[in-house]
Design a protein around this ligand. Structure first.
Ligand SMILES: Cc1ncc(COP(=O)(O)O)c(C=O)c1O
Length: 396
């Protein structure tokens, strides 16, 4: 028995929750069970809620800015959890990682510049590139099925080729990779870094899922590979995924190169954004100070949920090909063996199973026929979702 009760089901409806309260607005049926957006159905740790309650009791919520103590907790977290040495002056605060990626892109490229991503990947990358009138270059991840499991790797020759042919200026890197759950190895990170160095490509590393890696896996910040790679990297982190704080809107961006950092800050200044959210600061500091044990227990629970899904699929839905996540709490399922048209697949998931998942296609054409399911929920909910899925496909 752990200290924390991750089995507890907390009603999230009528809390303005994006996950639970916006089905109709987003074109879904009213009664779908939501396992789409990447936040968790677990209460965060008591030390965070205590710190927030204390802050609320103070009753004054004026302009706020992080002090040295805050920076120290982040530096300590990066060192102890990710073996990364960073300096306090490298930190820049933004109201989110997606916001930071957009700012970084605007800071270091101009309209028409080529930006590389690797689909299937977190879809806002595409939106940011296109909305900012940059040119999208896609080095699709290589997918193969081995022993009935999905396996994703990088085609490095193609990666370099696309960079050269298109004079790519920036690579937006997802590490660990949402939605396929890869935790990139030191070898892979070194190869990416070396190619980017060779061709003057800046790396925007979205490492928001850094704390969710399982078993033997180790998250290695790409900036920690060596000083040269650190110099071309903008690392985006946040306690928001790890401690379920997305609504508090605070992320910590790490930029060692002073020139790049200056450009990044200038881009943020243009938006008028100045000080971060008071509750974000309070929660982040408490999270990185007291959150390790909670996180370790949470990871055990998530790993059990992943094992449950794996066994369920293997036993009851063998046509579905599972890519076992090395990291993140998102599970990527391949339904292509059913041979369904996209609409029919979606109708079965939404109308028959009454589930709201992320359709694979939104992550790029490589995601056609896939579904992403968020398993960061009490086991009973995950069980119910899997049973609904099974019923909806049992005639095939
Ligand atoms: C890879 C990745 N980056 C960024 C985000 C969102 O970050 P933020 O809410 O800080 O903009 C998510 C959320 O799902 C994500 O999966």
């Amino acid at each position: 028995m752990g200290t924390y009760n991750f089995d507890q089901i907390i009603d999230r409806t009528n809390t303005n929750s994006l996950k639970y309260d916006f089905a109709v607005e987003r074109g879904k049926e009213n009664d779908v069970m939501p396992l789409w957006v990447a936040d968790m159905d677990f209460a965060t740790l008591p030390e965070i809620t205590d710190a927030l309650e204390e802050r609320v009791r103070h009753k004054i919520f004026g302009y706020t800015y992080p002090k040295q103590e805050y920076q120290k907790t982040i530096i300590n977290w990066m060192k102890t959890r990710h073996n990364y040495d960073m300096k306090p002056e490298w930190l820049v605060y933004t109201p989110g990682v997606v916001f930071a990626i957009s700012m970084a892109l605007r800071a270091v490229t101009k309209e028409g510049d080529a930006v590389l991503i690797q689909n299937p990947v977190y879809y806002p990358f595409t939106n940011i590139i296109l909305e900012n009138d940059r040119k999208l270059i896609n080095n699709s991840l290589h997918y193969e099925v081995k022993d009935h499991r999905g396996v994703y790797t990088i085609d490095f020759d193609k990666f370099e080729d696309l960079i050269i042919k298109n004079s790519v200026k920036v690579f937006i890197f997802c590490s660990p990779h949402n939605p396929v759950g890869r935790v990139w190895t030191r070898d892979e990170l070194t190869r990416i870094g070396e190619i980017c160095l060779k061709h003057n490509v800046i790396i925007i590393a979205d490492e928001i899922h850094e704390d969710f890696v399982y078993g033997e896996q180790k998250h290695i910040p790409i900036a920690s590979i060596n000083k040269e790679i650190e110099d071309i990297t903008i690392t985006c982190t946040s306690p928001s995924k790890t401690f379920n704080l997305a609504g508090l809107q605070l992320s910590n961006i790490i930029i060692a190169n002073s020139k790049t950092r200056k450009l990044f800050k200038k881009e943020i200044d243009k938006t008028g954004f100045d000080e971060p959210n008071i509750f974000g600061i309070t929660a982040c500091q408490a999270a990185y100070t007291y959150g390790e044990r909670w996180l370790e227990e949470l990871k055990i629970y998530l790993l059990d949920n992943i094992a449950f899904v794996r066994e369920f699929i293997d036993e009851k839905m063998p046509k579905v090909i599972l890519t076992i996540p090395e990291g993140t709490y998102l599970v990527w399922l391949d339904f292509n063996d059913y041979g369904l048209e996209l609409r029919e697949l979606e109708d079965r998931i939404q109308k028959k199973a009454k589930l709201w998942l992320d359709e694979g296609i939104i992550f790029g054409k490589e995601g056609l026929g896939f579904e992403r399911i968020n398993i960061a929920a009490p086991r009973k909910l995950v069980e119910e979702a899997m049973n609904r899925l099974y019923e909806a496909f049992s005639d095939l």
